[in-house]
Design a protein around this ligand. Sequence first.
Ligand code: ZN
Length: 85
Amino acid sequence: MKPDRREIATTVANDPASYKLCAVCGAIVDREVGSCPDCYAYRFDMDVSHVADAALDLAVLPQMTVSHFDLMPEGGDEADADDES
Ligand SMILES: [Zn+2]
């Protein structure tokens, strides 16, 4: 199941020091990972304010890229959890 983008954005914005930005694709990833799960790059922007900005963008902008979550096979029934908008 794909995680809710707004929920992730809130989590990241509340604790940007635990995350970093992929310098290649702009994905927000856990600070502990060695390479980006989306594009396999290993260059990261560790600036906390950049991470917080990216989290806010994530919350308000439509998804423009394919993430590794989009490539996961959905198990079983259609789980479209888009409650509003
Ligand atoms: Zn990346």
